[in-house]
Write a protein that binds this ligand. Structure first.
Ligand code: FES
Length: 121
């Protein structure tokens, strides 16, 4: 599947431990900074399809705000015993002070967009 980098955010606007929810070429993207690096994954948990935005970023992972599954932001793999499927990971790059994210050239399908917002805390 071909992918193209899309401008996302000024590098200076994403602090360590922060995450931003974006739509790039129709794809729901969660752009995060962890361990100094910009990482991007699909903003849809593989458990019950909730948005991951609003989840805490810790030690290279995002914690789903709905039921607490932990996903590695570099590999997308779900940690621990939950064993949910991996998140789709998007490549990132920083050029001229801007973060760009590579998302597929084709539009996302219905199985690739979040369908639930997390329950109120
Ligand atoms: S929807 Fe993410 S852990 Fe349940």
């Amino acid at each position: 599947m071909d992918a193209t980098f899309h401008d996302a955010l000024a590098d200076a606007d994403l602090a360590e431990g922060q995450a931003r929810a974006l739509i790039l070429n129709g794809w729901p993207v969660l752009l995060c900074r962890t361990n100094g690096a910009a990482r991007a994954v699909i903003n849809r948990c593989t458990h019950a399809d909730s948005q991951l935005s609003g989840g805490r970023i810790r030690r290279g992972s995002v914690i789903c705000p709905d039921h607490g599954a932990i996903f590695n932001l570099e590999t997308g793999v779900c940690a621990g015993a939950a064993g949910y499927g991996p998140l789709k990971v998007f490549a990132t790059r920083v050029m001229d002070g801007r973060i760009a994210v590579a998302v597929p050239d084709t539009a996302p399908g219905p199985g690739q967009s979040p369908v639930r917002t997390p329950r109120p805390g």
